[in-house]
Design a protein around this ligand. Structure first.
Ligand SMILES: *Cc1c(COP(=O)(O)O)cnc(C)c1O
Length: 467
């Protein structure tokens, strides 16, 4: 055995103990960690010949990088839609690395990791109060989940026209309808060979909304003259957390032939709260659903789930099978994740989710979701009564979309946000909403408290009065 490896193996306990203490140190002061830094982007380009061992590598890492790692998993990182990690999800994540399973088949080499994944999907269905006729799996993020679902949808539309797209490629037009799709769905259209320009935009409802105008959807559906199409709908747009009307879409599905996809990356978590679950009424009628776990479920990156109706399992398997690998066996009899999603080899992605779900249950997630919504509303109220800021849209759930008050201040929004983020106390991201430059604060982290809102508002007001 190589000398460095032998040395590290003998000292494994000390190595892991050192890392554990460092981790505790980091997590213990996470809320004081700067939410942004200006990293020195000089990168090392030479690798030493004989290696330095784990402990020395840790030392170099600490000197070079540790100090500038930002508290993006902490309570005041409100950019994008950024979750944190619950304690139990860390248990699962550590064990995932320790066991180092390759999660593929339930029957393969007695690998139970696929069974854990299947069980975790079932637990998620229970959390979301979804029926048992959904199957699913884990991918790296909602982007890949949208891709996976839309790939199955593409196969479905091909079949409707007598083409096996997975085998023979796309021929002819694939009709996609959507109102306010997340950018990753559009990116998926380009990855799928459909083309990011090739979707029909449905009007949004009037009155400062991002959800689709159902009448316009119906009109555009009629214009297709019965041709099958794919509908990409939103359960939570990123700017204003607006929801498409799933009840109305369910009704349309009785009359028209389409594949219904819901991107519910974070917004679907509204069902965890009795007060807000009405937003998701009828979503169980969708053909496929995207859910992110590294956002509101608060497990470490990279974790997301795709769900699709069990009746579509064959379409899914046709799309993601490894066509030339005879040893993989009969596709449906011999279920393997290998033939069910984009990646072949995968770590046991489900385990952090499994742990977190068991540890905190439905009540835990109801509390996390309701706390985030409360925090968003609190920030929203502070903005409404402020002299320097105004909301660009009402706070519908957990996202706050606002800007500097007054048309004349539009040209100051970018500089204000830069200055705010430079305080390193809070982090938000820019957006454009209804033609106006704005700022987004998104709440999904389980650690955020009222004190964090106070800290942020204080920094915002300080900057607004000095400008
Ligand atoms: C975050 C997000 C995505 C993309 O998710 P990743 O996990 O970053 O890949 C897709 N759709 C919606 C609605 C999102 O909020």
């Amino acid at each position: 055995m190589n000398e460095q490896l032998k040395h590290d193996l003998i000292n494994l306990e000390h190595l892991l103990e050192t890392v554990k203490l460092q981790g505790l140190d980091f997590l213990g002061q996470l809320s004081e960690r700067p939410t942004s830094t200006k990293p020195n982007d000089q990168v090392n380009t030479t690798l030493n010949e004989i290696g330095i061992g784990g402990l020395e590598a840790l030392k170099i890492f600490n000197e070079k990088f540790e100090k500038i790692i930002v508290g993006s998993s902490g309570p005041r990182y409100w950019g994008f839609v950024t979750g944190g990690s619950t304690p139990a999800s860390l248990i699962g994540d550590w064990l995932t690395s320790i066991y180092d399973q390759n999660t593929q088949s339930t029957k393969g080499q007695g690998d139970i990791s696929a069974i854990i994944e299947i069980e975790t999907i079932k637990l998620l269905l229970d959390l979301f109060n979804l029926p048992n006729d959904f199957v699913g799996g884990f991918v790296t993020g909602a982007t890949l989940s949208n891709f996976t679902c839309l790939a199955a949808a593409r196969q479905w539309i091909g079949k409707e026209k007598g083409i096996d797209v997975a085998k023979n490629g796309i021929s002819g037009n694939i009709n996609i309808l959507s109102a306010t799709p997340h950018s990753s769905s559009i990116k998926s259209l380009s990855m799928l060979g459909i083309g990011s320009n090739n979707f029909i935009k449905i009007k949004v409802e009037e009155g400062n909304r991002e959800c689709m105008d159902i009448e316009d959807l119906e009109n555009k559906t009629k214009e297709l003259n019965g041709e099958p199409f794919i509908l990409i709908s939103s359960a939570g747009t990123v700017n204003t957390t607006d929801y498409d009307d799933f009840k109305a879409i369910t009704k349309l599905k009785e009359k028209h032939n389409f594949w219904w996809h819901i991107d519910g990356a974070f917004g679907a978590f509204a069902v965890c709260s009795p007060k807000h679950k009405h937003l998701m009424t009828c979503w169980e009628n969708a053909d496929s659903i995207t859910l992110d776990c590294h956002k509101w479920l608060n497990v470490p990156y990279e974790s997301a789930v795709f769900l699709l109706k069990e009746k579509h399992k064959l379409l899914q398997t046709e799309t993601f099978q490894n066509p030339n690998a005879a040893y993989l066996g009969n596709l449906l009899d011999n279920f393997s994740y290998l033939n069910f999603l984009p990646e072949n080899s995968r770590r046991l992605k489900a385990l952090p989710v499994w742990f977190s779900l068991l540890a905190y249950g439905k009540k835990g997630y109801q509390d996390i979701v309701e706390n985030s919504i409360e925090m968003a509303n609190r920030l929203g109220q502070c903005i409404e009564i402020s002299t320097g800021f105004e909301l660009l849209a009402p706070v519908r759930l957990n996202n706050v979309c606002f800007t500097l008050k007054g048309e004349e201040n539009q040209n100051k929004v970018s500089a204000f946000l830069t200055n705010l983020n430079d305080t390193e106390k809070v982090f938000m991201t820019p957006t454009v909403y209804n033609g106006k430059k704005g700022i987004r604060a998104s709440f999904v982290n389980w650690r955020t408290t009222k004190q964090d809102i106070d800290i942020a508002i204080n920094e915002m007001n300080k900057l607004a009065t000095t400008e």
